[in-house]
Design a protein around this ligand. Structure first.
Ligand SMILES: [Zn+2]
Length: 71
């Protein structure tokens, strides 16, 4: 259900937008420790529903995690 492991699988678009500015989309390396996230198993993806970029911890994760995009 909601254990600690589950909460780190994905940063939602809202979380991303709260942390960074629009330039992030063009310069992710500046705003995020991309290599560190990559080493942790995160990959950057674009939500097919809302078009927002997000980080995911599993390739099975397709959408950004927003309730409007899930299911
Ligand atoms: Zn989405």
């Amino acid at each position: 259900m909601t254990d600690a492991d589950d909460t780190v699988k994905c940063l939602s678009a809202k979380e991303i937008k709260a942390l960074v500015k629009p330039e992030f989309a063009a310069n992710p390396d500046i705003f995020y420790p991309v290599k560190t996230l990559g080493n942790l198993g995160f990959t950057r993806a674009c939500c097919p529903k809302c078009g927002e970029n997000f980080w995911r911890h599993s390739d099975k994760k397709v959408t950004c995690g927003d309730s409007n995009c899930e299911g």
